[in-house]
Design a protein around this ligand. Structure first.
Ligand SMILES: Cc1ncc(COP(=O)(O)OP(=O)(O)O)c(N)n1
Ligand SMILES: Cc1ncsc1CCOP(=O)(O)O
Ligand SMILES: [Mg+2]
Length: 392
């Protein structure tokens, strides 16, 4: 049996058979070029196989992480998750470079001779949608990190330990990403949304439904049930109906203030203000798949909405409102500050109507949330259309 030694000479690092180590040392001493060592290395077939496995698995893991990173970046537009995957890629590459010689990895590669590339599997070419791509990439990342960890043990236990930590982090981030994929339809609709209407419960369900249908047709993208005067039973029953209709129309339905009702009625999400439950609690109540919106009145609140995991923000009050009384206004200056810093979809709110909409747009906003401008208009559908047409 061939004796194995830990070797750290020139470009040969790791555990090798004694003859390889001796040859490496001699080559080092002689200042010889590494090709001699590579030749010997290539002749050690089991070692070469280990390097081939590691090389293939490192590539697979890196490509998989990149696939997930692109989804987090371009579909979810989630900067935190994007950064997490980027860090995993970076840390994997740092660990690999510390323990493995790139020359040996490259020298072991033999793609034309890889029997695995000739095994056809149709499912490799079938992905129904982005969620299929994400699921496949997540599983590839997890498997290949495990492979690197296992075979890495034969090179250096410290490599295996580092990759194990990376694998645990990857599990966590993959789960966060996969849970969000199903929401990506909702988040996609949210990002496309421009006109947000806060609707009351109306005197009857029929009038409520008629209003949602008409306003959806006129361009309202998001409906929020905001009615502080009706009982919970009415809020719940209107929410059940609105959630269903909005889904059928490709619009979003959000419940004001009440995560419990949002969940019970299967709404798309909930909107809370600074006086309601903290956003972390709201998120734990509605889960990762529902939208959580948060009211903001200052740049600091915008920053904490972003770090706290809000999906969108309401920004205001901009102007004096007939719907709600305020002592102070954030105004258009606040909108300008938000426009230059926030990555979240941001809706200006408070007294916005056709007479002052241009000031909101000039401040850099193309999303507004309104009540009175539409509710109190002689021709609500016409006003909704006119507002929408200006929000490009
Ligand atoms: C889109 C949107 N933005 C802000 C608000 C205001 O919420 P909040 O501060 O909680 O005030 P109330 O609506 O509860 O009176 C909102 N509802 N929607
Ligand atoms: C709920 C709320 N929060 C800030 S302004 C506002 C009322 C929005 O209604 P309007 O568009 O009539 O001012
Ligand atoms: Mg509120």
């Amino acid at each position: 049996m061939c004796e194995s030694l830990k070797c750290d000479a020139g470009s040969v690092k790791g555990v090798f058979s004694a003859d390889v180590c001796v040859a490496a040392k001699i080559a080092d001493l002689a200042g010889s070029v590494s090709s001699f060592l590579l030749l010997i290395f290539m002749n050690s077939s089991s070692l070469r196989a280990i390097y081939r496995i590691l090389d293939a698995s490192i590539n697979r893991a890196t490509e998989g992480v990149r696939t997930l990173e692109e989804f987090a970046r371009f579909d979810l537009e989630d900067s935190k998750l994007t950064e997490s995957f980027k860090t995993i890629r970076h840390d994997l590459s740092t660990s690999v470079n510390r323990f493995l010689s790139r020359d040996q990895l490259l020298a072991s590669r033999d793609t034309p001779g890889d029997v695995g590339t000739k095994i056809e599997n149709d499912s490799e070419y079938e992905r129904a949608d982005a969620s299929g791509v994400v699921a496949a990439a997540a599983s590839r990342v997890q498997q290949s990190l495990r492979v690197i960890e296992e075979y890495g043990k034969t090179i250096d236990a410290a490599l295996a330990k580092e990759v194990e930590q990376i694998r645990y982090r990857a599990y966590h981030h993959c789960a966060s990403l996969e849970l969000r994929v199903d929401t990506s339809d909702r988040l996609g609709l949210l990002r496309q949304s421009r006109l947000y209407f806060l609707i009351d419960a109306h005197a009857s369900e029929e009038a409520f439904v008629l209003s949602i249908r008409g306003l959806s047709d006129a361009g309202v993208d998001i409906f929020q049930l905001r009615d502080k005067a009706v009982d919970d039973r009415t809020l719940y029953s209107r929410s059940v109906v609105a959630a269903k209709i909005a889904r059928g129309l490709g619009r979003l339905f959000i419940v004001n203030d009440r995560p419990d009702i949002a969940v019970a009625a299967d709404a798309d999400g909930v909107h809370v203000g600074q006086e309601e439950l903290p956003i972390s609690i709201v998120r734990s109540m509605v889960g990762p798949r529902r939208i959580v919106g948060l009211s903001t009145h200052s740049v600091d609140l915008v920053d904490s909405a972003e770090s706290g995991g809000a999906d969108y923000i309401g920004c205001g009050p901009v102007f004096s409102s007939r719907t709600k009384q305020f002592d102070q206004y954030a105004g258009t200056e606040f909108l300008k500050q938000v426009a230059s810093r926030s990555h979240l979809p941001a809706f200006a709110i408070g007294g916005i109507d056709l007479t002052n909409l241009s000031q909101v747009i000039d401040a850099g906003f193309n999303r507004v949330a309104v009540t009175g401008a539409i509710r109190d208009a002689e021709h609500p559908l016409l006003v909704a259309r006119q507002i929408k047409s200006q929000l490009l």
